[in-house]
Design a protein around this ligand. Sequence first.
Ligand SMILES: *Cc1c(COP(=O)(O)O)cnc(C)c1O
Length: 366
Amino acid sequence: MIPFVDLKAQYLSIKDEIDTAVLKVLESTQFILGNEVKALEEEFASYCNADYGIAVNTGTSALHLALLAAGIGAADEVITVPFTFVATVAAICYTGAKPVFVDIDPVSYTIDVTQIEKAITERTKAILPVHLYGQPADMEPIMEIARRYGLTVIEDAAQAHGAEYKGQRVGSIGDIGCFSFYPGKNLGAYGEGGMIVTKNPEYTHTMQMLRDWGQERRYHHVLKGYNYRMDGIQGAILRVKLRYIEKWTEGRIAHAAQYNQLLADCVPTPVVLPYSRHVYHVYAVRTSQREFLQQQLNEHGIQTGIHYPIPVHLQTAYSDLGYQYGDFPHSESAAMEELSLPMYAELSTAQIATVSQKLKEAIKTL
Ligand SMILES: *Cc1c(COP(=O)(O)O)cnc(C)c1O
């Protein structure tokens, strides 16, 4: 049996350090925010080459607060992609603003930068590119367009811890970067977690207040805030795991290289653009026979995933945005053809060989 993700294997590899760190928090009783979370903020910001880190309870909250800090609200528009996890779009709606979609580039699965300008209106306030699957969006043209139109750029880096664009870590290229520590992400908590990074001290101050009831100091509420604080235990766990992220990322990259080689003449494998350090949150192949292949692999005990079967513009919950089938053809065909193979640092070369072999055999029977 080869699972799609294996959180247990990673825990066992660092169990002593994790258990010690958790016990330390229990002893300290700093259950919410506290010293461990503060230290994580500094260490993670430094990992991203940013100046400030603001720890929150989820990646979705990170996006919500980033948008609020940028002054986005009702009557504003935010440009993003429909081919993403729903949270990207939900966070825009939480502010009252309207998400305006631009299709993806079919090779990189990230925003098609050639289509951004024609989506800009008088109401546009921000661009929210998603570094999908762990590959950075093409940030240079995005930043150039944003500067020209006076827009804020918020990076959805929930799938891209440690990814690089032209040698620069994602999260610190735009004005604000948002990360998720959902357990299955490249850097995962043992519960929920998220982080915002930025170089802007005013945004930092606003987001620190917003995550904690809008307080400047205790019971002095200067903003209408939220309860978006990170747990102390998650902070301590993430600090331990941050020390391993580079090793684990290099493992993912090596696994992707092995898959690429074994599957080269069999299915379209991920394309890494010359500007990218792709960190393979998802290893995505494409096939028009997805259901059949999934079922064949499943019969051999190999779990796979689909990211994502329905683009957001075709989701019932977002039908009020007024989009329809045919509006974003590259997103729609990716949603029909994408298949995610097992990908995590602890996979063995033998397991990757087995997955590749079984996939090849299944394709031969087509
Ligand atoms: C996981 C994810 C989020 C949301 O993060 P949570 O921590 O689950 O709230 C946002 N955007 C993308 C692209 C994601 O993959």
